[in-house]
Design a binder for this molecule. Structure first.
Ligand SMILES: Cc1ncc(COP(=O)(O)O)c(C=O)c1O
Length: 390
Protein backbone atom coordinates (compact mmCIF):
# COMPACT_ATOMS: atom_id res chain seq x y z
CA UNK A 1 0.00 0.00 0.00
CA UNK A 2 1.49 3.30 -1.09
CA UNK A 3 0.66 6.10 1.24
CA UNK A 4 1.32 9.74 0.76
CA UNK A 5 1.73 10.26 4.45
CA UNK A 6 3.84 7.38 5.64
CA UNK A 7 4.53 8.91 9.05
CA UNK A 8 0.85 8.61 9.94
CA UNK A 9 0.82 4.84 9.55
CA UNK A 10 4.24 4.60 11.17
CA UNK A 11 2.68 6.46 14.09
CA UNK A 12 -0.10 3.93 14.32
CA UNK A 13 2.22 1.04 14.01
CA UNK A 14 4.01 2.58 16.97
CA UNK A 15 0.74 2.63 18.93
CA UNK A 16 0.12 -1.02 18.11
CA UNK A 17 3.75 -1.81 18.96
CA UNK A 18 3.55 -0.01 22.27
CA UNK A 19 0.25 -1.67 23.15
CA UNK A 20 1.72 -5.03 22.19
CA UNK A 21 5.09 -4.21 23.79
CA UNK A 22 6.86 -5.02 20.57
CA UNK A 23 5.38 -8.52 20.55
CA UNK A 24 4.60 -10.08 17.20
CA UNK A 25 0.97 -10.32 16.17
CA UNK A 26 -1.92 -7.95 15.78
CA UNK A 27 -3.66 -5.56 18.10
CA UNK A 28 -7.08 -7.13 18.43
CA UNK A 29 -9.87 -4.58 18.44
CA UNK A 30 -12.44 -7.33 18.00
CA UNK A 31 -14.92 -8.03 20.82
CA UNK A 32 -12.95 -11.01 22.09
CA UNK A 33 -10.56 -12.67 22.14
CA UNK A 34 -8.43 -9.75 23.23
CA UNK A 35 -4.82 -8.65 23.12
CA UNK A 36 -3.32 -9.23 26.56
CA UNK A 37 -1.35 -6.97 28.81
CA UNK A 38 2.29 -8.08 29.13
CA UNK A 39 1.94 -9.44 32.69
CA UNK A 40 -1.03 -11.61 31.70
CA UNK A 41 0.66 -12.70 28.48
CA UNK A 42 3.73 -13.78 30.48
CA UNK A 43 1.59 -16.09 32.62
CA UNK A 44 0.21 -17.68 29.51
CA UNK A 45 3.69 -18.28 28.16
CA UNK A 46 4.99 -19.77 31.42
CA UNK A 47 6.07 -23.42 31.08
CA UNK A 48 3.21 -25.77 32.08
CA UNK A 49 2.53 -26.20 35.79
CA UNK A 50 0.68 -29.09 37.47
CA UNK A 51 -2.97 -28.70 38.44
CA UNK A 52 -2.52 -29.88 42.02
CA UNK A 53 -0.46 -29.18 45.11
CA UNK A 54 -0.75 -26.39 47.70
CA UNK A 55 0.62 -23.60 45.48
CA UNK A 56 -1.86 -24.41 42.74
CA UNK A 57 -4.80 -24.70 45.15
CA UNK A 58 -3.92 -21.31 46.62
CA UNK A 59 -3.95 -19.64 43.18
CA UNK A 60 -7.14 -21.48 42.23
CA UNK A 61 -8.92 -20.39 45.43
CA UNK A 62 -7.65 -16.84 45.13
CA UNK A 63 -8.87 -16.64 41.54
CA UNK A 64 -12.29 -17.90 42.67
CA UNK A 65 -12.37 -15.17 45.33
CA UNK A 66 -11.32 -12.52 42.83
CA UNK A 67 -14.11 -13.55 40.47
CA UNK A 68 -16.56 -13.45 43.38
CA UNK A 69 -15.57 -9.83 43.94
CA UNK A 70 -15.91 -9.00 40.22
CA UNK A 71 -19.35 -10.64 40.01
CA UNK A 72 -20.21 -8.66 43.18
CA UNK A 73 -21.50 -11.73 44.96
CA UNK A 74 -21.00 -13.43 48.29
CA UNK A 75 -22.40 -16.56 46.67
CA UNK A 76 -20.48 -19.25 44.90
CA UNK A 77 -18.29 -19.05 41.81
CA UNK A 78 -17.32 -22.03 39.66
CA UNK A 79 -14.30 -21.70 37.37
CA UNK A 80 -15.57 -23.87 34.56
CA UNK A 81 -13.06 -25.08 31.95
CA UNK A 82 -14.52 -24.29 28.53
CA UNK A 83 -15.86 -21.53 26.29
CA UNK A 84 -18.88 -19.38 27.13
CA UNK A 85 -21.29 -21.62 25.24
CA UNK A 86 -20.25 -24.60 27.39
CA UNK A 87 -20.67 -22.51 30.54
CA UNK A 88 -24.17 -21.51 29.43
CA UNK A 89 -25.09 -25.07 28.53
CA UNK A 90 -23.82 -26.31 31.90
CA UNK A 91 -25.89 -23.65 33.67
CA UNK A 92 -29.08 -24.55 31.78
CA UNK A 93 -28.57 -28.28 32.37
CA UNK A 94 -27.67 -27.97 36.02
CA UNK A 95 -30.43 -25.72 37.26
CA UNK A 96 -33.54 -26.07 35.10
CA UNK A 97 -36.42 -28.52 35.42
CA UNK A 98 -38.64 -30.26 32.89
CA UNK A 99 -41.55 -28.31 34.31
CA UNK A 100 -39.81 -24.96 33.74
CA UNK A 101 -41.02 -22.50 31.17
CA UNK A 102 -37.99 -20.46 30.23
CA UNK A 103 -38.53 -17.00 28.81
CA UNK A 104 -35.70 -15.91 26.50
CA UNK A 105 -35.91 -12.33 25.26
CA UNK A 106 -33.70 -11.71 22.28
CA UNK A 107 -32.50 -8.77 20.24
CA UNK A 108 -29.60 -10.34 18.47
CA UNK A 109 -27.57 -13.36 17.59
CA UNK A 110 -26.59 -14.35 21.12
CA UNK A 111 -30.15 -14.14 22.46
CA UNK A 112 -31.21 -16.45 19.66
CA UNK A 113 -28.27 -18.74 20.37
CA UNK A 114 -29.29 -18.88 24.04
CA UNK A 115 -32.80 -20.00 22.99
CA UNK A 116 -31.33 -22.74 20.82
CA UNK A 117 -28.96 -23.91 23.57
CA UNK A 118 -31.88 -24.14 25.99
CA UNK A 119 -33.99 -26.06 23.48
CA UNK A 120 -31.09 -28.44 22.89
CA UNK A 121 -31.06 -29.08 26.65
CA UNK A 122 -34.76 -30.04 26.46
CA UNK A 123 -36.13 -26.92 28.14
CA UNK A 124 -39.50 -25.46 27.14
CA UNK A 125 -38.50 -22.10 25.69
CA UNK A 126 -40.73 -19.09 25.21
CA UNK A 127 -39.04 -16.72 22.77
CA UNK A 128 -39.56 -13.00 23.12
CA UNK A 129 -38.03 -11.34 20.06
CA UNK A 130 -37.33 -7.63 19.92
CA UNK A 131 -36.72 -5.63 16.78
CA UNK A 132 -33.09 -5.25 15.75
CA UNK A 133 -31.44 -2.31 17.57
CA UNK A 134 -34.20 -2.30 20.18
CA UNK A 135 -33.20 -3.14 23.76
CA UNK A 136 -34.91 -5.88 25.73
CA UNK A 137 -37.62 -3.88 27.47
CA UNK A 138 -38.25 -4.80 31.12
CA UNK A 139 -42.01 -4.15 30.95
CA UNK A 140 -42.34 -6.36 27.88
CA UNK A 141 -40.40 -9.11 29.68
CA UNK A 142 -42.75 -8.88 32.66
CA UNK A 143 -45.84 -8.89 30.48
CA UNK A 144 -44.66 -11.86 28.41
CA UNK A 145 -43.62 -13.78 31.53
CA UNK A 146 -47.04 -13.35 33.09
CA UNK A 147 -48.87 -14.17 29.88
CA UNK A 148 -46.85 -17.33 29.26
CA UNK A 149 -46.62 -18.49 32.87
CA UNK A 150 -42.83 -18.38 32.75
CA UNK A 151 -40.91 -19.79 35.70
CA UNK A 152 -37.43 -18.80 34.59
CA UNK A 153 -35.64 -16.19 32.52
CA UNK A 154 -32.43 -16.41 30.50
CA UNK A 155 -31.16 -13.14 29.09
CA UNK A 156 -28.07 -11.73 27.37
CA UNK A 157 -26.59 -8.69 29.08
CA UNK A 158 -24.55 -7.32 26.18
CA UNK A 159 -25.42 -8.25 22.59
CA UNK A 160 -21.93 -8.55 21.20
CA UNK A 161 -23.05 -9.01 17.60
CA UNK A 162 -24.39 -5.47 17.28
CA UNK A 163 -23.01 -3.56 20.29
CA UNK A 164 -26.20 -3.21 22.29
CA UNK A 165 -26.38 -3.40 26.09
CA UNK A 166 -29.67 -4.46 27.64
CA UNK A 167 -31.01 -2.74 30.80
CA UNK A 168 -30.21 -5.74 32.96
CA UNK A 169 -30.86 -4.19 36.36
CA UNK A 170 -34.43 -3.28 35.40
CA UNK A 171 -35.01 -6.64 33.68
CA UNK A 172 -33.80 -8.46 36.81
CA UNK A 173 -35.99 -6.28 38.98
CA UNK A 174 -39.08 -7.42 37.03
CA UNK A 175 -37.84 -11.02 37.17
CA UNK A 176 -37.44 -10.72 40.94
CA UNK A 177 -40.93 -9.28 41.34
CA UNK A 178 -42.35 -12.24 39.41
CA UNK A 179 -40.17 -14.80 41.19
CA UNK A 180 -38.42 -15.97 38.01
CA UNK A 181 -35.25 -18.02 38.34
CA UNK A 182 -32.72 -15.86 36.49
CA UNK A 183 -29.80 -16.93 34.31
CA UNK A 184 -27.67 -14.20 32.71
CA UNK A 185 -25.32 -14.47 29.75
CA UNK A 186 -22.66 -11.97 30.81
CA UNK A 187 -20.09 -13.43 28.43
CA UNK A 188 -19.24 -10.08 26.86
CA UNK A 189 -20.00 -7.84 29.84
CA UNK A 190 -18.32 -9.33 32.92
CA UNK A 191 -15.69 -6.88 34.13
CA UNK A 192 -16.42 -4.21 31.50
CA UNK A 193 -20.05 -3.23 32.17
CA UNK A 194 -21.59 -2.61 35.62
CA UNK A 195 -23.02 -5.90 36.88
CA UNK A 196 -24.25 -6.59 40.43
CA UNK A 197 -25.10 -10.25 40.84
CA UNK A 198 -26.33 -10.09 44.45
CA UNK A 199 -28.01 -6.68 44.37
CA UNK A 200 -29.84 -7.46 41.13
CA UNK A 201 -30.88 -10.92 42.33
CA UNK A 202 -29.19 -12.96 39.58
CA UNK A 203 -29.23 -16.69 40.31
CA UNK A 204 -26.69 -17.84 37.75
CA UNK A 205 -24.37 -15.59 35.79
CA UNK A 206 -22.04 -16.88 33.09
CA UNK A 207 -18.94 -15.01 31.94
CA UNK A 208 -15.67 -15.77 30.17
CA UNK A 209 -12.09 -14.74 30.80
CA UNK A 210 -11.28 -13.78 27.24
CA UNK A 211 -13.35 -10.64 26.80
CA UNK A 212 -13.59 -7.75 29.27
CA UNK A 213 -11.57 -9.53 31.96
CA UNK A 214 -8.66 -9.34 29.51
CA UNK A 215 -7.46 -12.91 30.03
CA UNK A 216 -6.94 -15.74 27.51
CA UNK A 217 -9.59 -18.13 26.18
CA UNK A 218 -10.40 -21.22 28.24
CA UNK A 219 -12.22 -20.48 31.48
CA UNK A 220 -15.87 -19.57 31.96
CA UNK A 221 -16.47 -18.21 35.48
CA UNK A 222 -20.04 -18.88 36.64
CA UNK A 223 -21.67 -17.36 39.72
CA UNK A 224 -24.24 -19.53 41.48
CA UNK A 225 -26.68 -18.39 44.17
CA UNK A 226 -27.66 -20.50 47.17
CA UNK A 227 -31.14 -20.85 45.72
CA UNK A 228 -29.64 -22.16 42.49
CA UNK A 229 -27.69 -24.89 44.27
CA UNK A 230 -30.90 -25.88 46.09
CA UNK A 231 -32.69 -26.04 42.76
CA UNK A 232 -29.98 -28.26 41.26
CA UNK A 233 -30.96 -30.98 43.76
CA UNK A 234 -34.21 -31.59 41.91
CA UNK A 235 -33.15 -30.60 38.38
CA UNK A 236 -34.52 -33.28 36.07
CA UNK A 237 -33.72 -32.29 32.49
CA UNK A 238 -32.51 -35.24 30.39
CA UNK A 239 -29.06 -36.75 30.94
CA UNK A 240 -26.67 -33.98 31.84
CA UNK A 241 -23.57 -36.14 32.07
CA UNK A 242 -20.93 -35.22 34.57
CA UNK A 243 -18.63 -32.62 33.06
CA UNK A 244 -21.53 -30.31 32.17
CA UNK A 245 -23.12 -30.77 35.58
CA UNK A 246 -21.92 -27.91 37.77
CA UNK A 247 -22.71 -29.97 40.88
CA UNK A 248 -19.71 -32.10 39.88
CA UNK A 249 -17.61 -28.93 39.92
CA UNK A 250 -18.99 -27.80 43.26
CA UNK A 251 -18.39 -31.16 44.92
CA UNK A 252 -14.85 -31.42 43.59
CA UNK A 253 -13.97 -28.39 45.66
CA UNK A 254 -14.50 -30.28 48.91
CA UNK A 255 -11.49 -32.48 48.20
CA UNK A 256 -8.74 -29.90 47.79
CA UNK A 257 -6.16 -32.45 48.94
CA UNK A 258 -6.43 -33.82 45.41
CA UNK A 259 -7.44 -30.88 43.24
CA UNK A 260 -10.48 -28.65 43.69
CA UNK A 261 -11.96 -29.30 40.22
CA UNK A 262 -13.06 -32.46 38.44
CA UNK A 263 -10.70 -32.38 35.43
CA UNK A 264 -7.23 -31.27 34.50
CA UNK A 265 -7.30 -27.47 34.27
CA UNK A 266 -5.49 -25.23 31.77
CA UNK A 267 -3.00 -24.09 34.40
CA UNK A 268 -1.37 -21.26 32.44
CA UNK A 269 -4.80 -19.91 31.50
CA UNK A 270 -5.89 -20.00 35.13
CA UNK A 271 -2.72 -18.22 36.25
CA UNK A 272 -3.32 -15.61 33.55
CA UNK A 273 -6.92 -15.15 34.71
CA UNK A 274 -5.65 -14.82 38.30
CA UNK A 275 -3.37 -11.97 37.21
CA UNK A 276 -5.99 -10.35 34.97
CA UNK A 277 -8.62 -10.44 37.73
CA UNK A 278 -6.08 -8.88 40.11
CA UNK A 279 -5.64 -6.00 37.66
CA UNK A 280 -9.43 -5.48 37.45
CA UNK A 281 -9.66 -5.40 41.23
CA UNK A 282 -6.93 -2.79 41.66
CA UNK A 283 -9.63 -0.26 40.69
CA UNK A 284 -12.87 -1.92 39.52
CA UNK A 285 -14.75 1.36 39.09
CA UNK A 286 -11.85 2.83 37.12
CA UNK A 287 -11.73 -0.30 34.99
CA UNK A 288 -15.40 0.16 34.11
CA UNK A 289 -14.91 3.87 33.46
CA UNK A 290 -12.05 3.18 31.08
CA UNK A 291 -14.26 0.95 28.92
CA UNK A 292 -17.05 3.52 28.87
CA UNK A 293 -14.66 6.39 28.07
CA UNK A 294 -13.09 4.41 25.22
CA UNK A 295 -16.50 3.57 23.73
CA UNK A 296 -17.68 7.17 24.05
CA UNK A 297 -14.58 8.38 22.22
CA UNK A 298 -15.02 5.76 19.49
CA UNK A 299 -18.68 6.66 18.99
CA UNK A 300 -17.97 10.35 18.83
CA UNK A 301 -15.00 9.93 16.52
CA UNK A 302 -16.76 7.55 14.13
CA UNK A 303 -19.77 9.89 13.96
CA UNK A 304 -17.51 12.83 13.19
CA UNK A 305 -15.99 10.86 10.35
CA UNK A 306 -19.48 10.31 8.97
CA UNK A 307 -20.05 6.68 9.95
CA UNK A 308 -23.68 6.10 10.98
CA UNK A 309 -23.69 4.29 14.34
CA UNK A 310 -25.63 1.03 14.48
CA UNK A 311 -27.12 1.71 17.92
CA UNK A 312 -28.20 5.34 17.93
CA UNK A 313 -29.66 5.52 21.40
CA UNK A 314 -26.79 6.35 23.77
CA UNK A 315 -28.53 4.60 26.65
CA UNK A 316 -28.19 1.23 24.97
CA UNK A 317 -24.87 1.69 23.17
CA UNK A 318 -22.46 -0.88 24.53
CA UNK A 319 -19.44 0.41 26.47
CA UNK A 320 -17.38 -2.56 25.28
CA UNK A 321 -18.11 -2.81 21.55
CA UNK A 322 -19.14 -0.19 19.00
CA UNK A 323 -20.89 -1.10 15.73
CA UNK A 324 -21.14 1.29 12.78
CA UNK A 325 -22.11 1.21 9.11
CA UNK A 326 -19.44 1.59 6.48
CA UNK A 327 -19.76 4.71 4.31
CA UNK A 328 -21.58 4.14 1.03
CA UNK A 329 -18.49 5.30 -0.84
CA UNK A 330 -16.16 2.75 0.73
CA UNK A 331 -15.47 -0.95 0.49
CA UNK A 332 -15.59 -2.50 3.97
CA UNK A 333 -13.34 -5.43 3.05
CA UNK A 334 -10.71 -3.05 1.74
CA UNK A 335 -10.88 -0.95 4.93
CA UNK A 336 -10.60 -3.94 7.26
CA UNK A 337 -7.85 -5.46 5.14
CA UNK A 338 -5.96 -2.17 5.13
CA UNK A 339 -6.17 -1.91 8.92
CA UNK A 340 -4.89 -5.46 9.27
CA UNK A 341 -2.08 -5.33 6.73
CA UNK A 342 -0.86 -1.77 7.17
CA UNK A 343 -1.43 -1.21 10.87
CA UNK A 344 -1.70 -4.70 12.39
CA UNK A 345 -5.09 -3.76 13.85
CA UNK A 346 -7.96 -6.19 13.55
CA UNK A 347 -11.62 -5.13 13.79
CA UNK A 348 -14.71 -7.32 13.22
CA UNK A 349 -17.73 -7.42 10.96
CA UNK A 350 -21.21 -7.09 12.46
CA UNK A 351 -22.93 -10.39 13.15
CA UNK A 352 -26.63 -10.74 12.46
CA UNK A 353 -26.79 -7.25 11.05
CA UNK A 354 -28.29 -8.51 7.80
CA UNK A 355 -26.50 -7.85 4.51
CA UNK A 356 -25.58 -4.40 5.68
CA UNK A 357 -21.91 -3.46 5.76
CA UNK A 358 -21.52 -3.14 9.52
CA UNK A 359 -18.25 -3.33 11.40
CA UNK A 360 -17.50 -3.63 15.09
CA UNK A 361 -14.70 -2.25 17.20
CA UNK A 362 -14.08 -3.94 20.54
CA UNK A 363 -13.07 -1.95 23.61
CA UNK A 364 -11.72 -4.85 25.64
CA UNK A 365 -8.29 -5.96 26.79
CA UNK A 366 -5.62 -3.63 25.37
CA UNK A 367 -8.40 -2.10 23.26
CA UNK A 368 -10.10 -0.67 26.37
CA UNK A 369 -7.91 2.38 26.24
CA UNK A 370 -8.89 5.85 24.97
CA UNK A 371 -5.40 6.27 23.55
CA UNK A 372 -5.84 3.17 21.42
CA UNK A 373 -9.29 4.35 20.28
CA UNK A 374 -7.86 7.77 19.38
CA UNK A 375 -5.11 6.13 17.36
CA UNK A 376 -7.58 3.85 15.59
CA UNK A 377 -9.76 6.86 14.70
CA UNK A 378 -6.82 8.84 13.40
CA UNK A 379 -5.84 5.91 11.27
CA UNK A 380 -9.38 5.62 9.92
CA UNK A 381 -9.40 9.32 9.11
CA UNK A 382 -6.21 8.80 7.19
CA UNK A 383 -7.66 5.82 5.33
CA UNK A 384 -10.69 7.86 4.27
CA UNK A 385 -8.52 10.70 3.04
CA UNK A 386 -6.23 8.43 1.07
CA UNK A 387 -8.45 5.70 -0.28
CA UNK A 388 -12.09 6.77 -0.30
CA UNK A 389 -13.50 9.16 -2.90
CA UNK A 390 -15.05 12.23 -1.27
C1 LIG B 1 -22.99 -12.58 24.50
C2 LIG B 1 -22.27 -13.84 24.13
N1 LIG B 1 -22.75 -15.02 24.55
C3 LIG B 1 -22.14 -16.18 24.26
C4 LIG B 1 -21.00 -16.22 23.50
C5 LIG B 1 -20.35 -17.52 23.18
O1 LIG B 1 -19.12 -17.59 23.83
P1 LIG B 1 -18.02 -18.64 23.33
O2 LIG B 1 -17.67 -18.26 21.93
O3 LIG B 1 -16.90 -18.45 24.31
O4 LIG B 1 -18.63 -19.99 23.41
C6 LIG B 1 -20.46 -15.02 23.02
C7 LIG B 1 -19.24 -15.01 22.19
O5 LIG B 1 -18.82 -14.02 21.65
C8 LIG B 1 -21.10 -13.80 23.36
O6 LIG B 1 -20.60 -12.63 22.94
Amino acid sequence: VELRDQHVTDGFDAVAQRALRGAPGELLLVPGPVSLNAEVQAELEHPPRPHYGPDWVRVFDETTDRLRAIFRTTGDVVLFFGPGAAGLEAALHTFLHQSDRLLVPSNGVFGERLSRLAEACGVTVIRLPFAPKEPVLPEAVAEAAERAGATALAVVHNETGCGLVNPLEEICSEAGRLGLFTIVDAVSSLGGIPLEVDRWGIDVCVGVGNKCLAAPVGISPISVSRQAWERSGSADLGPKGSFLNLVTWRDARSRPDHHPHPTTMPTSTLHALHTAAGIVLEDPAGFLRRHAATAALAREGLSELGFPLYVEDERYASPVVTAAYALETMNLDDYMGWLASTCRIRIARGIDTGDEPVFRVGHMGLGADPEVAAAYLELTRHYLEERVPA
